[in-house]
Design a protein around this ligand. Structure first.
Ligand code: 5AD
Ligand code: SF4
Length: 479
């Protein structure tokens, strides 16, 4: 998988020049970023929790909110699950491997869970439900993300001696609002604007695990953004499975583009990102807004999944190759140079050699700056699961390898062209051994750079690119 444009928190931690030790303490509610956050404000308690997150940025951010709920109830956060009263896994089930990983982790507690509450949150919880109690009887809490509103109540039940509690309702029109959110990333604040998904892509568990689409009120979102700006955040990343189908449910009725412009307008906000966009809801207005508003980042993640129209139809993606390419042409006509990244699945049932060739040719035609690519993995509660013409596993692997190599070459060529260009980076990492700092451009590229200055973390720096690789750039800070 190409790493340059990874859009997750794990990417930040894993940026080539950044080591965890060099990053400043996270902007948790316990430190100075938030006036709401001093430890003294939380009820004293000797209960502790450990929370591990698997999967996408939505999960990463849900975990920040779950941690907020627990901190507010007097729990302390601990780094070692052995020392925690409450051990929670916020899980992913998008592919079989992700689900297996969680069950392996749960297996660790088989003989060690005495005196602890072990809980499973997120997509696997929703997907497997009660089955989790069967497979891992030492688990006592199972709660899907569409039921997080009920978390405090579920924790109450457990504290009152409940043996097994579950929150699995999907028929909700509520979003997960918290008074306190623990912020684990000191440089980029995540903000969910829409939850769930109303599409029904044939391969995808998300509509089943996260429930129907629910947009948050624009006023709550903007109040959060203003608060984040007051706490010192300059970069906001708006989140949703289909972020660009956002529609303000309040009488103001802001469109996605209205909201983008309003967030970018908040004093102190210098960068606004959004992910993930669905091609069906992608229109010229988004490109026009990026062109007009410098704070809107010049990067769009627009998952295509396949370059073949028959495969897209079988996947129920609601657009053809040509329709997708038309949207790309709007991006390419923009005044700003906007970087493009995508997701691709290889080996969907019925994918022929010539379909795969179409995907390869799409990579060339679009010229992506990064691609997340996956082998198709059959999932429960999806229509593709029972489709005929499965592609053999070895064929999937070989297609994936071919695709990744092709994309690597494209990135090498695209990045070489950037040598000599200047970028503004938000500095988020330091590697003293290499005397290098690391940061991200508005287009989400990673640049490792040298500078005579000290203490740059969290600051913006102007950097000239001197060298390039497939996944990152090297540069020098401009005086
Ligand atoms: N198999 C493989 N990849 C999948 N994705 C979603 N469901 C599956 C599946 N069943 C990929 C899609 C999506 C990304 C988050 O994960 O590319 O955009
Ligand atoms: Fe899954 Fe499709 Fe919804 Fe994305 S749009 S979350 S791929 S069903």
């Amino acid at each position: 998988m190409a790493k340059l444009f990874d859009v997750g928190l794990e990417a930040l931690a894993g940026a080539p020049a950044a080591t965890a030790a060099d990053r400043p303490a996270a902007a948790t509610v316990e430190n100075a970023f938030s006036p709401l956050s001093s430890a003294a404000e939380f009820p004293p308690s000797n209960k502790s929790f450990y929370l591990e997150t698997f999967g996408c940025q939505m999960n990463v951010h849900d975990s920040e909110k779950v941690a907020g709920v627990l901190l507010q109830r007097g729990y302390r956060s601990v780094e070692d699950p052995a020392h925690a009263d409450l051990v929670l896994y916020n899980t992913c089930s998008i592919r079989e491997k992700a689900a297996q990983k969680v069950f392996a982790r749960l297996g660790d507690w088989k003989t060690l869970s005495a005196g602890k509450i072990i809980g499973v949150l997120g997509c696997l919880a929703q997907q497997e439900g009660e089955e989790i109690f069967e497979r891992a009887p030492w688990v006592s809490l199972v709660c899907g993300s569409a039921s997080y509103r009920r978390l405090p109540e579920l924790v109450d039940e457990l504290e009152a001696g409940g043996r097994r509690v579950m929150g699995l309702d999907l028929d909700t029109d509520e979003t997960f609002e918290t008074e306190i959110t623990r912020r684990d990333n000191p440089f980029r604040a995540y903000l969910t604007i829409i939850e769930g998904c109303d599409y029904s892509c044939a391969y995808c568990v998300v509509p089943h695990t996260r429930g129907p689409e629910r947009s948050r009120l624009s006023e709550s979102i903007l109040a959060d953004v203003r608060r984040l700006a007051d706490w010192g955040y300059t970069e906001i990343q708006l989140l949703g499975q289909t972020v660009n189908s956002y529609r303000d449910p309040s009488p103001r009725g802001l469109s996605f583009v209205d909201l983008l412009r309003a967030v970018a307008d908040v004093q102190g906000i210098r960068r606004v990102r959004f992910t993930t966009s669905h091609p069906n809801n992608f229109h010229r207005g988004i490109v026009e807004a990026i062109d007009e508003v410098p704070a809107l980042c010049d990067h769009i993640h627009l998952p295509v999944q396949s370059g073949s129209t028959p495969v897209l139809r079988a996947m129920r993606r609601t657009y053809s190759r040509e329709e997708y390419l038309e949207k790309i042409s709007w991006v390419r006509e923009a005044k700003r140079s906007i970087s493009m990244t995508t997701d691709i699945i290889v080996g969907f049932p019925g994918e022929r050699d010539r379909d795969f060739e179409d995907t390869l040719s799409l990579l060339e035609t679009v010229g992506y700056d990064g691609v997340f690519s996956f082998k198709y993995s059959p999932r429960p509660n999806t229509t593709a699961r029972d489709m005929p013409d499965a592609v053999p596993e070895e064929e999937k692997s070989s297609r994936l390898a071919v695709l990744q190599e092709r994309q690597r070459q494209i990135q090498i060529a695209r990045n070489e062209k950037l040598v000599g260009s200047d970028f503004e980076v938000l500095v988020d990492g330091h590697h003293p051994a290499r005397s290098q700092w690391a940061g991200r451009t508005s287009s989400n590229r990673i640049i490792n750079f040298s500078t005579p200055h000290q203490n740059l973390l969290g600051q913006y720096a102007q950097v000239r690119v001197t060298r390039s690789g497939p996944n990152s750039l090297v540069g020098e800070q401009l005086p």
